[in-house]
Design a binder for this molecule. Structure first.
Ligand SMILES: Nc1ncnc2c1ncn2[C@@H]1O[C@H](COP(=O)(O)OP(=O)(O)OP(=O)(O)O)[C@@H](O)[C@H]1O
Ligand SMILES: [Mg+2]
Length: 247
């Protein structure tokens, strides 16, 4: 479904992604594991197209030079340079790391805002699906997003991505900073999302809460691919066990 080939991203002369290649097969849950500044967010921004927007902005104000090389294909079509909204229409939707939900708007309003590219009657359906997926949000419908806990905001951020009707859902560190109990709740929710026929690419620093649900994973360090394999292969790899599973 998604093919990343020899991707290179430079911020000025610093290299953020270095000759990175990976594939996401349709119907799978794929993880990208990497420590701080490994390049996880840069990869997600490249796939969702946010990087193209950043690059345009920087070029216009004569700021930092962002260079983007390589190939990015979605269902065989080259999408490396098309704008983010077009990618959303194709079904590529990003749930960003620590997404700044609209703090002054309530939960329902946030979901509506997120559905601006979706047909109105479908937004309603999708919203009900979100409340089914996260029953906990139901009683918080009219609470301002800024007053939600970290875990609740993360549920909302994921809900906002779902309202845009993804076929490939990109999740950048959805478990970041949450308690182990909430992390396993969210991992379960990710599995439920996957059951709705949504392919998932998810990044994390620590693999443990994700391991039970992924089909395969890639480990990146300094923007480079160092290990890849199925869940079983990763779970058996001593390096992965030491650095990403803490065993
Ligand atoms: N806008 C930018 N300008 C300059 N350098 C950047 C920019 N964005 C990212 N970088 C650099 O690119 C590298 C990869 O950063 P990135 O944010 O993708 O890592 P990450 O894996 O998401 O890290 P974290 O776990 O902290 O979220 C880092 O060295 C970072 O400093
Ligand atoms: Mg990041």
């Amino acid at each position: 479904m998604l093919e990343v080939k020899n991707l290179m991203v430079f911020f000025e002369n610093a290299i953020a992604l270095n000759d990175l290649s990976l594939e996401v097969e349709k119907g799978k849950i794929v993880a990208v594991l990497g420590s701080n500044s490994a390049g996880k967010t840069t990869l997600m921004n490249t796939i969702s197209g946010l990087l193209v927007d950043m690059k345009k902005k920087e070029d216009r104000r004569g700021g930092e030079r962002i260079t983007l090389l390589g190939a990015l294909k979605f269902e065989g079509e080259d999408i490396l340079t098309i704008k983010p909204s077009l990618r959303v229409r194709k079904g590529i939707v990003l749930s960003r790391e620590r997404h700044p939900v609209f703090r002054e708007s309530d939960v329902v309003e946030n979901l509506k805002i997120a559905g601006y590219l979706t047909e109105k009657h479908k937004v309603k359906e999708e919203m009900e699906d979100v409340f089914q997926l996260f029953p906990h949000l139901t009683k918080l419908r009219h609470r301002k997003a800024g007053l939600l806990s970290g875990g609740e905001q993360q549920m909302l951020a994921i809900g906002m991505a779902l309202v845009a009707r993804p076929r490939l859902l990109l999740m950048d560190e959805p478990l970041l900073g949450l308690s182990p109990a909430i992390q396993s709740d969210l991992a379960r929710a990710i599995r439920d999302i996957h059951k709705k026929n949504i392919t998932i690419l998810v990044t994390e620093q620590f693999a443990r809460p994700l391991m039970p649900i992924i089909d395969r994973g890639y480990v990146i360090e300094n923007g480079m691919l160092v290990i890849s394999g199925t869940r079983e292969e990763l779970a058996d790899n001593p390096e992965v066990r030491a650095s990403y599973l803490g065993v």
